[in-house]
Ligand binder design. Sequence first.
Ligand code: ATP
Ligand code: MG
Length: 256
Amino acid sequence: MNANLVVTGLTQKFGGLTALNDVNMEVRFGEIVGVIGPNGAGKTTLFNIITGVYQPTAGTIMLNEKKINGLKKYEITRLGFARTFQNIRLFKQMSVLDNVMMGMCCRSKASIFDNLFNTPKKRREEKLQEQKALEILETMGLLDYKYDSPASLPYGEQRRLEIARAMATDATILLLDEPAAGMNEQETADLLITVSKLRDSGYTIILIEHDMKFVMNVCDRLYVLNHGELICAGTPGEVKTNPDVINAYLGKEEEE
Ligand SMILES: Nc1ncnc2c1ncn2[C@@H]1O[C@H](COP(=O)(O)OP(=O)(O)OP(=O)(O)O)[C@@H](O)[C@H]1O
Ligand SMILES: [Mg+2]
């Protein structure tokens, strides 16, 4: 497989705890790849390492054969990575539109001077950014809410707004941490259609999710983590019937 993103031997230790142990993963542009596994398996930690929040204890992450671990968070954003968080992190005091425009700040070409004196260049840039933000809101089905406060949106829409804000950074690789968490069945079904459309329009999507129906229906391939170990990788069909995966999930139920 000619992968664009290649994770090799990734290990993350937090003191005595090994959150990830020797994890390998490959993603091609244009795929929807799922990362699943019981609570505490290391899924969010994987996202935190890819996006430069943590420097891994060991291992490498290569994007098109260039090492990206060791880069700063903003450098990784510039390479086209953007993420959403397991817990919704929206700016409640700002409108939906401004929340998306906030995501664009890192792309601004205006200088401090332009910003201070609100130059024509700054105003032109803002206009373009607003247009782009409106397009993103339309893609995410949120245009009607553009002047509303995020807190007033139905829950599913708040989660969609998180994705919209990630898209605003000009990302091409979206890392979604439990995008369907807390959604009802209809919202989850709608999200499935949206995520598929995003893939079809050129995004690469890596998503963490506990909703198995969603994962199995939307993902091209899956990686399964358990206690920091990669226990299985394959198509949804392969993963569903894998004995190690079944054990990991059944074991979890027995513990509870
Ligand atoms: N910054 C940190 N410091 C110490 N331990 C951490 C840190 N981040 C994560 N961990 C631990 O690493 C392990 C993996 O956590 P992680 O958040 O990656 O799990 P997860 O698979 O995302 O779980 P969930 O499904 O509950 O979100 C857990 O035991 C967690 O407590
Ligand atoms: Mg998590």
